[in-house]
Ligand binder design. Sequence first.
Ligand code: HJL
Ligand code: ZN
Length: 186
Amino acid sequence: MPLEHFPPGLAAIPPRPPIDPKDHNTYMRLALDQAQESPPKPSNYRVGALLVDANTGAILERGYTLELEGNTHAEQCCLSKFASAHDLPEERVGEVLPPNAVIYTTMEPCNLRLSGNLPCVGRIIRTKARDGSPALKRVYIGVKEPEKFVGENEGRKKLEEHGIEVVHVPGFEEDILRVATAGHEK
Ligand code: HJL
Ligand code: ZN
């Protein structure tokens, strides 16, 4: 329909341009925007995450540390919110993810949590498609977790052992760590 035929209010809303699924920097930048929404907390990091359909480029869900009630992590919030939107508990989110779902997170997913909660690596690994294969094929990370709370984080290694590819998106390290550690004692 030519633009002039739209009712006045509608024509003013530009269509959101799709993101090229290969444009990893844009997704990482958006994940960092999410991290900035997170309230500073001295005992963890402010992380942001995005769940993306790597076939279409569509952003399926966003999340950040402490977004959902309780002591929640960014990756956990993404999975849990997408599951809730489909009336499912987080552990069944894989049943409703598209075939090529990936996650972008500003920090390597955790493999151990000081609080004892289920680490995000475990949440990602248990996310299975209906045929039992991993529903999340790839995890894009902005930085490795610093060794401040749990020593060396084996998150990347554990994901790879379970057939999930981990890809570092370089160039955001300084900004990611500045945001992640805001509110920490120097
Ligand atoms: C990642 C997050 C987040 C962390 N890592 N990938 N996403 N907060 O949203 C990792 C850090 C843990 C501490 C404290 N942070 O969060 O190691 O209290 O936050 O369970 O081990 O554990 P709790
Ligand atoms: Zn985590």
